[in-house]
Design a protein around this ligand. Structure first.
Ligand code: AMP
Length: 423
């Protein structure tokens, strides 16, 4: 909606500046992709694939999906465009709409926007810390200061077999209490039970074994270093065994950024993790990767909840043009464009015919100057220049009006808008 655009613009400006500073290059990928791309990456037993992905069949029989996240498309672009032959790491920044068929509620939408930071070709823990850092820096710059990074490590292939066995053992005599989907997950991928949102499953996970206790030495040391880097950066984090992330492609570090004073995982502002197998799973060379994404609506909601001041991207209009009669309207249309070329914002209410009604609008907007072109002025090629504060008027030849307005705007102290509307 127009009244929240200034927050969006601020988000894009800050996130893009930080992305550039940290060496992330902008990329755009299609909203519609092959459904298989997401099925292969995100995994079949996940909420996203089982219930939330919008799919469609083309007339030719292809199965396509509205992207439920950005990483799949970026990974495909990395493979298809030969980025693995470039010096690594390759870093991408991507903003765009994503779609999930979820139950809509505050902060959870079916069409929303994400901003993604991704790093390909480097498995050093410093990359994990850097992705968390760019996300935290963006929030800080936006004025969102109190938040915590909930972080966990789910290990890699070498840790999963043991952890999976432990989970199976734990859930073996509890299967009857799990939701229908989790009964299936118990057989196919018990880790997914941990991010099930059904109440009965959430209660049971409280005493489930934690993945960090089943890390092998390499994953353990990797995670330890990630935390040491975060300590060095003074990034506030909480070790949270329940952050396992709903997508199968994650390995090792996973995190969610939760604002202070709001509880529950529903409201994470951002989340992400390492996905070292995804590129290979999609047909590329083995390539480690790490990324994180913001939910932009949630960040915007949080900025508004905290009443963070953001100035309007469009400067306040200080000038208004009013007209009377068709000839005057034609001249006004032309003059309107002349002012744009001279970088001066001007407002109008061309649909209104009475000058009085137009000046009333000008007054409500709190402009400093009004231009009035009546029938006489249209014929004379002149303009009445009115100072709104004093009501003093002067006739100026049309070809001198731009310079005269520039002079007056410098001289006059700007009025405040008469009402609180964002203009
Ligand atoms: P995910 O891709 O599920 O890891 O989500 C990354 C971020 O996107 C989350 O931290 C949220 O900020 C945001 N997000 C996820 N799902 C939704 C949704 N349905 N509506 C709005 N924002 C969402």
């Amino acid at each position: 909606m127009p009244n929240v655009q200034k927050y969006w613009e601020k988000f894009f400006k800050i996130s893009k500046e930080i992305a550039l500073y940290y060496g992330f290059e902008s990329i755009e990928t299609p909203v519609l992709e092959s459904a298989d791309l997401f099925k292969k990456g995100i995994g079949l037993n996940t909420n996203v694939i089982e219930r939330e992905m919008y799919t469609l069949k083309t007339k030719g029989g292809d199965s396509l999906a509205l992207r439920p996240e950005l990483t799949g498309g970026i990974a495909r672009a990395y493979i298809e465009n030969g980025f693995s032959n470039q010096p690594q790491p390759v870093k991408f920044f991507h903003c765009g709409p994503v779609f999930r068929h979820e139950a809509p509620q505050a902060g959870r939408y079916r069409a929303f926007h994400q901003a993604d930071f991704d790093v390909f070709g480097d498995d050093d823990p410093v990359v994990d810390a850097q992705v968390v850092q760019v996300i935290c820096a963006t929030l800080n710059e936006l004025g969102i200061k109190n938040f915590s990074v909930h972080i966990n490590s789910i290990g890699d292939k070498n840790c999963w077999a043991k952890y999976r066995d432990e989970l199976k053992m734990y859930y073996r005599n509890k299967v009857g209490h799990l939701c229908q989907n989790c009964k299936k997950r118990f057989k196919e991928n018990p880790l997914r039970i941990l991010d099930c949102k059904e109440e009965e499953c959430a209660v049971l996970k409280a005493s489930a074994p934690n993945s960090v206790d089943y890390l092998d030495k390499i994953c353990h040391d990797h995670f330890k270093l990630v935390l040491e880097f975060l300590d060095e950066l003074n990034i506030p984090y909480t070790l949270d065994p329940y952050v396992v992330r709903g997508l199968d492609y994650y390995t090792r570090t996973v995190f969610e950024v939760i604002p202070e004073n709001v509880s529950g995982s529903q409201i994470s502002l951002a989340g992400g993790g390492r996905y070292d197998y995804l590129i290979q799973q999609l047909g590329g060379k083995p390539t480690p990767a790490m990324g994180g994404s913001f939910g932009i609506e949630r960040v915007v909601n949080e900025m508004r909840r905290r009443e963070i001041k953001v100035s309007n991207a469009k400067p306040r209009t200080r000038l208004f043009i009013a007209q009377l009669g068709d000839l005057a309207k034609k001249k006004s249309l032309r003059l309107f464009e002349e002012f744009r070329k001279n970088n001066i914002y001007i407002s109008e209410s061309f649909g209104r015919d009475s000058v009085k009604a137009q000046l009333r609008v000008a007054d409500r907007m709190g402009v400093d100057l009004a231009l009035i072109i009546g029938q006489k002025e249209a014929l004379d090629d002149s303009v009445i220049l009115r100072e709104m504060q004093t009501g003093v008027q002067e006739v100026i030849p049309s070809d001198k009006i731009i310079n005269e307005v520039k002079k007056r705007l410098k001289k006059i102290h700007p009025r405040q808008p008469a009402n609180n509307q964002d203009i």
